[in-house]
Design a protein around this ligand. Sequence first.
Ligand SMILES: Cc1cc2nc3c(=O)[nH]c(=O)nc-3n(C[C@H](O)[C@H](O)[C@H](O)COP(=O)(O)OP(=O)(O)OC[C@H]3O[C@@H](n4cnc5c(N)ncnc54)[C@H](O)[C@@H]3O)c2cc1C
Length: 261
Amino acid sequence: MRIVVLLKPVPDTTGQERLGPDLRVDRAAVPAVINPNDEYALEAALRLMEARGGDAAITLLTMGPPAAPETMRKGLAMGAHRGLLVTDPALGGACSLSTARVLAAALGSLEFDLVLAGVDTSDGRGGVVAAAIASLCGLPYLSYAGQVELTDTAVRVRRLSPRGYDLLEAPLPAMVVVTQTVGEPRYPSLKGIMAARSKEIVTRSLADLGLAADGVGGAAATTRVLESRPPASRAATRVVRGPAPEAAEAVVAFLAERRVI
Ligand SMILES: Cc1cc2nc3c(=O)[nH]c(=O)nc-3n(C[C@H](O)[C@H](O)[C@H](O)COP(=O)(O)OP(=O)(O)OC[C@H]3O[C@@H](n4cnc5c(N)ncnc54)[C@H](O)[C@@H]3O)c2cc1C
């Protein structure tokens, strides 16, 4: 079974993510980590491999800056077998559609049965790249999977729904987007960290994938950020404390003063 996990390096979510003067995420400002939702996708892949007695090969697929292998190695330390990185100076500022086109082309260079992805990223937060890849590759798409089961020819997912839960099935190859209910991502063991050092990460440029930079790069972005600023600071917030009757009176007086009531 050949499983591909989409893994995006994102600014460390404990740090203050910021945009550079070019209004793109300033990736040098904060160390990169694995996109939290993609850690769950990798955990789901590792559990599927274990459920098959180890009979699965897991490849991490990333579009990112040249420094991305440092983050991908954390995924290899968790237990993935190898990595494929697509990196190209032309990709800076790429939009979701371009990101999907590049990752779809990279998938076309791989043999796979199942692709796993996170719901969205902590920096772009678009939540569309996985669906766009599935549509570009003509793959069945199963979203919001809380549980994933595999046979040799099909994937079955359980998804929370207003009715309780739905059970869906699709033939392989397929794309599955998992939620954080698939199980807590494991911490890499020391053995895993050591082994990750020698695991292969193959790097591809746009030309290697037969893609024209002016077709998928930042220059071809379908969207651009015009402005990004913090919310306007509001007038000081007044907190009413104390026994309920007095507090209620204070609130009523506050509202009456402002002719709200
Ligand atoms: C402030 C800001 C706003 C933006 N708004 C828009 C916008 O409205 N429209 C738009 O088209 N672009 C927008 N962009 C650009 C967009 O963030 C990037 O194109 C980004 O790569 C798109 O994906 P995402 O992070 O939203 O991914 P999502 O669609 O949230 O990702 C879903 C899943 O796809 C996989 N995935 C996504 N990116 C990668 C990757 N690089 N490598 C491997 N797997 C990946 C992951 O598994 C991820 O969990 C914005 C960028 C910024 C900084």
